[in-house]
Design a protein around this ligand. Structure first.
Ligand code: SAM
Length: 346
């Protein structure tokens, strides 16, 4: 008898939680938020907003007691009464449950190259779009500016435009610059985002003047993906970082360039360095960590050491067993990772 009363009472509570959960979906404040975002109540809801609110509702529905359910409802009410617009970091923490697609772990297994009509894998030495996507989504705000001083095929610029961020790309090689220009010209930036592509030596380019002429308060993010010293020689130009005379010369150039870029960064902005290590004369040169030290010595604050996987191209996949044989024979390990170092501007 007592058991069945308890069960009835639990069922009543559950029914009440479900009723509250479904009625909260039609709360005027929720509808207002959708209108603030110029969204219709159903299809056009920003995926982050939708996912965050869905998760909150799910939590309410899954509450074991009425007290817990009320607590979650109050929290949801409070968050809906606040401003849902993005802050400088690019993320709105009131919607943090909607950011499943943003990585917060230091190990990135990116898998195969994200495909899209604007990303053509014509450039040997490019990085996967997921890298700039993660960094731009996390460290820039809508309408902010991103800098890529080693622009290459423009992966950063394309991702920036797709995310509604403006971008400046600097590329030394005139042929690469011309080809990248063709790709970028065909892209309509989200929310009117624009890009500038410059054919220049980044070490000589006047970043502060660009910021000044455009009336900006600085770049929110710079993504540096330099040549990994001379592993791939990108040109015969002596200004090309792949033609540095030694590791010391390479890291010195990197430090000088970072100091220049720093003068054009927004305070509390971010600089990310994407780089890998190398073998030379039978030993590892930890180019990643040496470069990380070079950037740290400029006064930047190191905020993240991310290890990302290297996805092999088809050509490399075919020679995988050869590399494995060589590794077994010589006692070394085949590189399967690179780094993304994230720094914060003071
Ligand atoms: C590793 S690639 C960058 C690839 C790029 N992230 C992409 O996805 O296409 C390095 C690029 O830096 C360029 N580069 C080298 N030295 C440079 C310099 N001093 N100024 C500007 N670009 C430079 C090279 O021509 C090359 O295109």
């Amino acid at each position: 008898m007592i058991e069945s009363e308890e069960r009835d009472s639990s069922l009543k509570q559950l029914a009440e939680i479900c009723r509250i959960s479904s009625s909260i979906r039609s709360l005027p404040s929720l509808k207002q938020k959708f209108q603030d975002f110029e969204l219709s109540p159903d299809e056009d809801i920003d995926p982050v907003v939708r996912s965050s609110i869905e998760k909150e509702l799910h939590q309410i529905q899954g509450s074991q007691t009425m007290e817990r359910a009320r607590h979650y409802i109050n929290m949801l009410r409070k968050s809906l009464e606040q401003d849902l617009s993005q802050d400088f970091s690019g993320l709105n923490l009131k919607l943090w449950k909607g950011y499943d697609h943003i990585y917060t772990d230091s190990l990135w297994t990116l898998g195969s190259r994200a495909r899209g009509e604007n990303h053509k894998a014509w450039y040997w030495g490019n990085f996967v779009p997921q890298i700039p996507f993660q960094l731009i989504s996390r460290y820039t705000s809508s309408g902010g500016w991103v800098l890529d001083p080693f622009c290459g095929s423009g992966t950063t610029v394309v991702e920036a435009l797709k995310l509604g961020r403006n971008a400046l790309g600097v590329e030394l090689n005139p042929d690469v610059y011309a080809k990248t220009g063709e790709t970028i010209d065909g892209i309509d930036g989200m929310n009117g985002a624009v890009s500038h592509l410059v054919n220049a030596d980044s070490a000589k380019y006047d970043f502060p003047s660009f910021v000044h002429e455009k009336h900006l308060d600085g770049f929110e993010l710079a993504i540096m993906h330099p040549p990994y010293w001379d592993i791939i020689q990108f040109s015969t130009d002596t200004a090309d970082f792949s033609n540095a005379h030694s590791v010391e010369d390479f890291t010195k150039r990197l430090k000088k360039l970072t100091e220049k870029i720093l003068k054009a960064m927004k305070p509390k902005g971010h600089i990310a360095l994407v780089i890998g290590d190398m073998y030379r004369n039978g030993e590892i040169i930890p180019l990643g960590f040496r470069s990380m030290d070079a950037l740290s010595s400029t006064g930047l604050k190191l905020r993240g050491i991310i290890v990302k996987d290297i996805q092999n191209t088809r050509a490399k996949r075919n020679s995988e067993s050869l590399w494995r044989y060589r590794a077994l024979k010589s006692g070394f390990y085949v590189f399967k990772h690179e780094y993304v170092f994230v720094f914060r501007v003071p």
